[in-house]
Write a protein that binds this ligand. Structure first.
Ligand SMILES: [Zn+2]
Length: 262
């Protein structure tokens, strides 16, 4: 029993190592031979009966050691872009939109499908006011890029369908992987669906709830021509982001200009 478990563990480990070689652009894991994850074979005590069969867990492909090729990380101009993730949120998105409108600047909203389903009127306002849309997955699945390709595709398609249920002719030129946990596979699927994969240049980590001053300082310190700034208008209390934005928008507009992504 212990031997068998050890062997299975080794096999799992080997598969993991082979699949995880650097910038893996090889065949997708979905078409690789199915093998249980290494954890399924550990430890022997976890299987009380030798005849018990354990259903294999869905296999996640490993994250590559570095970001895959093909990510958009700059605006394509001297101007900087503000991107707002995880909304639309009825609490925060209207306030962000008000600030953008007052400053007469356009931003990019990376929206989550389930939020769009709950708040289609907010999506309509985002589009009506001239901002750009980015697909941010159906339910913010951090592991989406590691799943079988058909699952990735279904998730992205479902999200775009929900966006277009709210705004029938909406353009969705970008996809952004939740958590920035990209794989070559998700980039490829997004491309097949006519979406470029949008990463960022500056992450002030507003999701970790620093103060508004800290968010502001982090963005200002790293601001360069063409930078893409990652911010959040959903997924939690965004009062600090909002407070930082009121100053950041003015400064970035003055120093670089703020625009959508070309
Ligand atoms: Zn997100």
């Amino acid at each position: 029993m212990r031997h068998r478990a050890l062997l299975a563990g080794l096999t799992g480990l080997l598969t993991l190592l082979v699949a995880g070689c650097g910038d893996d652009t090889g065949p997708p894991a979905a078409s690789a031979p199915a093998s249980p994850p290494p954890s399924a074979a550990l430890p022997p005590e976890a299987s009380p009966s030798p005849t018990r069969t354990v259903a294999p867990k869905p296999r996640l492909r490993p994250l590559p050691a570095k970001l895959p090729a093909g990510l958009v990380r700059t605006t394509g101009s001297e101007k900087v872009a503000l991107t707002f993730d995880d909304g639309p949120s009825p609490t925060w998105t209207p306030k962000v939109l008000d600030q953008l409108k007052a400053a007469k600047v356009k931003a990019t909203f990376c929206v989550v499908g389930t939020q769009v389903r709950k708040h289609p009127e907010l999506l309509r306002r985002i589009v009506r006011e001239g901002h750009q849309l980015c697909n941010h997955s159906w339910n913010h699945d951090l592991d989406l890029a590691r799943r079988p390709i058909p699952e990735i595709r279904a998730d992205l398609v479902r999200t775009n369908r929900e966006i277009r249920r709210a705004v029938p002719d909406a353009k969705v030129p970008f996809y952004r992987q939740p958590g920035g946990r990209w794989t070559a596979e998700v980039v490829k699927v997004a491309k097949q669906l006519d979406m470029r994969s949008l990463h960022w240049t500056i992450d002030p980590k507003d999701w970790a709830k620093p103060s508004a001053t800290t968010i502001e300082k982090r963005v200002k310190r790293s601001a360069r021509p063409g930078a893409v700034v990652l911010l959040h208008d959903g997924g939690g209390n965004r009062s600090a982001t909002l407070a930082a934005c009121s100053k950041l928008i003015t400064v970035l507009k003055r120093d670089h200009g703020v625009s959508k992504i070309a």
